[in-house]
Design a binder for this molecule. Sequence first.
Ligand code: PA5
Length: 437
Amino acid sequence: MIKIDTKAALGAVTENDINALHDAAEAAARTLADGDGAGNDFLGWLNLPSSIDEAQFNAIEQCATRLRRDCELVVAVGIGGSYLGAKAVIEALNDQFAAYKPATGARVVFAGNNIGEDYLHDLMGLLAGRKWGIIVISKSGTTTEPAIAFRLLKGQLERELGREWASQHIVAITDAARGALRGLATQEGYDTFVIPDNVGGRFSVLTPVGLLPIAVAGFDIRALVAGAVDMEHGGDQMMLQYAQVRNALYQSGKKIEILVNFEPRLHFLAEWWKQLYGESEGKDGKGIFPASVDFTTDLHSMGQWIQDGERTIFETVLTVEQQHHEVVIPTDEADLDGLNYIAGRRLGEVNHKAELGTRLAHVDGGVPCLVISLPAIDERTLGQLIYFFEKACGISGYMLGVNPFNQPGVEAYKKNMFALLGKPGYEAQTAALEARL
Ligand code: PA5
């Protein structure tokens, strides 16, 4: 089971500061459980893990098996919550050089999470001449980035492998009834999965949104969900503690939380976490700014700022107890690099000492460090971590006094982009915007 240790926050805040938020945290958790807070029509994720039944697992696994069997590559098209959860879990579990090694089933690649012209060009080049399929994911069914990518990729798939192959190897994950994607899927006869109405994008990784791509990549979605169930049933104290301490730190002037990892495979887990906390808490002029670093890599870039810059930050360190593989540092007779003092020791041990040294240095430099321990990086642990962060986010958002389940600020850039692109209905804004450029 994952664990949390918050004692290295003391110094920046006192036990009293933290305890003063106890009642607020309990009240926020009760509001979530009772479903009577802001955004309460988006609480379907709360009991989601324990509600996934055999039929749902089977449907996802059968679809994944077919795509894995028939395709060399499966493109998961989506953005935000319709992208980051699957990307985070797949990157965390995959061989990190899988792209260069022979595969035993389909590989999952991602599109629709940006509008980079060269990105899509390069991806379309990679797909040409291969057997491939698409999982297109959009709850609203109208998001511009995935819609553009899907239009292009669908066209390519139909041209290269035929309309029949395309309709059998495109799977749509969207709202049960609304949105352009639902209409298209019905018309083309695609297999579909539903994103429940009451689950928002960034809380949707344990629905087919995350589970289907993760299963296509060959990972055990039952173990992932079992991990989330562990937390659903036994994680409340940890979540309350995390929410309480990070809010106490925020109130003491620590406005930025940096999620730290020492394992390259956790990079996208931090991207997922940033979306979860950024979109949930950053509103009404409030909210901790969620940032992330990959150590020890970023100790040679951001390390200076963290150690010595403005003291408005705190860290939440993901520490991994057990590695999957052993790499031992060899002895060298000449010892010209001076490394014989660590010869015979595992790289994991060296990494861990680097982590401990960094944590102590940062605490000494005025950066409080919360620590979340993962027994290992596997499906069960990731499921625990995902649900832990989701529920702690809901509690934390209510403590902050915001609606954690909406994202009104995301619309501003869209309106400007539509006006600048000349989308019908936005003509009035176009001239005013262009005059400012
Ligand atoms: O958390 C959210 O709701 C958002 O980040 C969405 O996931 C994102 O905007 C994509 O939306 P959609 O799935 O409707 O295309």
